[in-house]
Design a protein around this ligand. Sequence first.
Ligand SMILES: Nc1nc2c(ncn2[C@@H]2O[C@H](COP(=O)(O)OP(=O)(O)OP(=O)(O)O)[C@@H](O)[C@H]2O)c(=O)[nH]1
Ligand SMILES: [Mg+2]
Length: 346
Amino acid sequence: MKIGLVGFAGSGKTTVFNTMTGLHVPTSYGGEVRLGSVKVPDARIDTLSAIYAPKKTTYAEMSFCDIPGEHGARKTGLSTKGLQQIRDQEALCLVLRDFDNPAVEGAPDPAGDLKAFHAECMFADMEIVERRLDRLRKERKDAAEIAAFEKMMEVLEAERPLRSIPPEELDRSLMKGYGLLTDRALLVAVNRDESRAAEPLPAEMQARLKQLDAAGLALSAAVEAEIASLESADQEAFLADLGLSESALARFIRTAYGLLDLISFFTVGPKEVHAWTIRRGTRARQAAGSIHSDLERGFIRAEVIPYEVFMAHGSEHAVKEAGLLQVEGKDYVVADGDIMYVRFNV
Ligand SMILES: Nc1nc2c(ncn2[C@@H]2O[C@H](COP(=O)(O)OP(=O)(O)OP(=O)(O)O)[C@@H](O)[C@H]2O)c(=O)[nH]1
Ligand SMILES: [Mg+2]
């Protein structure tokens, strides 16, 4: 489950990647594809950890992939290699340059870059869909499959991304293995100059993102790098100075986590407060398996307290007294923020 940082040369991908992962990949110009693990900031874990004072606190993690831009390339025509690197990702985070980078030709043009990137992905998808459609028609294949690819073609010709097709209108199992880019979830990060870090996205950009079914936010990679280098007490003061309540990067990471359809459930105790990552829709027994296979195999039941309920009552004991402890079976669909205790027997 990884998310790719993509975008044109010199937009700040590696700066964002380094800040999130704590790695020190050289910035400025190209390099190789790098994979890094990122902690998902979660105020609920901070709070639970303050309450339980455990020996260990474990945040959820996700993987990001830093993909170098193609230097010297024009904005039309990503290379085959460049496209392949993007296809390997499950979701995409497009970093748009909105600061002056003396090493890159031209003034910043985030709206233009967004348009160019979408066009690239759309043309790449059209080529694939068209080829498949030709073949399906020639071989007089399954009518439902032909209809599905016709639907995709229609959407692409209208310059809309495939992700905009609702699940009930397209059987996505037919799309597996083609590496269609506009079906990937998309998060757009507009990388601002320091002086404009706290400005919201312009209305036109927001409207365009809505049309593209993409999430978006503004950040300044340079500011985020500075925040990350400070002690946590100084971080708050620095953020307050900028008029921010939390770093944009924290929001960015959480948004990316949600884009992959990931949620967290928690286990708590004096030894450890731990956030576990599952796909939305995962059932209790399988979720227990992410803790340990024994818990899945010998699953009896799960005792669940939603985070908000826990906070409203202040302790596990108070929740039980109030009769609000949920006792759930193996098919219970785990919700984001569930505090779970698994009873099992092997
Ligand atoms: N002023 C300013 N400079 C930035 C910001 N983010 C990145 N830069 C600078 O822009 C240059 C390119 O940054 P990188 O992070 O290497 O960009 P990249 O997107 O990884 O570039 P490629 O991998 O070569 O495509 C570096 O000199 C960064 O210091 C920012 O928010 N503000
Ligand atoms: Mg880079």
